[in-house]
Design a protein around this ligand. Sequence first.
Ligand SMILES: NC(=O)c1ccc[n+]([C@@H]2O[C@H](COP(=O)([O-])OP(=O)(O)OC[C@H]3O[C@@H](n4cnc5c(N)ncnc54)[C@H](O)[C@@H]3O)[C@@H](O)[C@H]2O)c1
Length: 308
Amino acid sequence: MKEMEKISIIGSGVVGTIMGEGFSKVGFPVVFHDIDERKVNALIEKGYRATLNLEEAVLNSDISFICVPTPLSEKRSPHGYRKMDLSFVEKAVREVAKALTKKRELHVIVIKSTVLPTTVEEVVIPILNEYKITNAEVCVNPEFLTEIARTWTNDEQFIKGFFNEDRYVIGEAHPNSKGGDILENIYKKVNEYSKKNTPIERVSWREAAWIKLVANCALASRISYFNNLFEAALKLNIDPHKTAKIVGMDKRIGPYGTIHGKAFGGKCLPKDLEAFLAFLDEKAYVPEMLDATLKVNNYMKEKYGVRE
Ligand SMILES: NC(=O)c1ccc[n+]([C@@H]2O[C@H](COP(=O)([O-])OP(=O)(O)OC[C@H]3O[C@@H](n4cnc5c(N)ncnc54)[C@H](O)[C@@H]3O)[C@@H](O)[C@H]2O)c1
């Protein structure tokens, strides 16, 4: 049997648990870590290896997937969008760096949390430099699982989502990096196990985080598009739902977003949209489409509530 990389999961919430359970199924030795004792105990009860001790998790693995939260902060960009709170990522990376001062072999740090395109350069690398870590490689590997799968299916099918990705995105320091090779190898083993040929796309750190945010905002903008026409249709005595459904029958358009009439909610779309706007506001410019997507959603939330 091919040697399986030892994996640690740093942050065993929704994403961390799916990742760890999925990798375990494939046959990778997995150790979960969380600062929340209840999460650690629940995983132990399910028969997994889990620890409150981050150092133990890191030193017993070759690769660590950072799956901590990236909520909105109270800090705002020049045009008033709330910025992403990267303090959880910062704290987790700092703890991993401290643990790595006790290790000599190569260790791969994978940022699985949704981050900004410049987070690795501006947050992760400075911490590794501060601790003089030279044996670590960093990859950005965003998660595209949908919350819908979680709320609409039972646990077993939920796990199935791990094997049903449309593509694996690996952001790496430079082309053909060792860290990228190791992570690609892991996803090749996932593909082998699931008998799938899911594309594995290797890009830069910035591009990987960009792809995740652009994807989430594309989904958000589709919902706002149909919502923006919702009241106009009503005024004209046109059924917005019936017509949107028929519009979506065009394969170029598709059904996503056509069940509208309420704001989009959930843990990801609203926060990722606003954090992306804040990031672009500071680093580039405010894209009108994304600004309108947020405005329409805020209006819908106020008037019609949130669809969950
Ligand atoms: N939920 C989703 O469907 C989804 C999908 C794609 C991407 N994401 C992204 O993945 C990331 C994680 O989201 P989630 O939904 O799993 O969050 P979550 O809140 O369910 O889980 C995060 C876990 O991290 C733990 N944690 C916080 N700080 C920690 C630290 N310093 N060390 C160790 N553990 C720590 C928390 O206790 C919690 O258990 C976010 O960036 C999110 O945007 C989520």
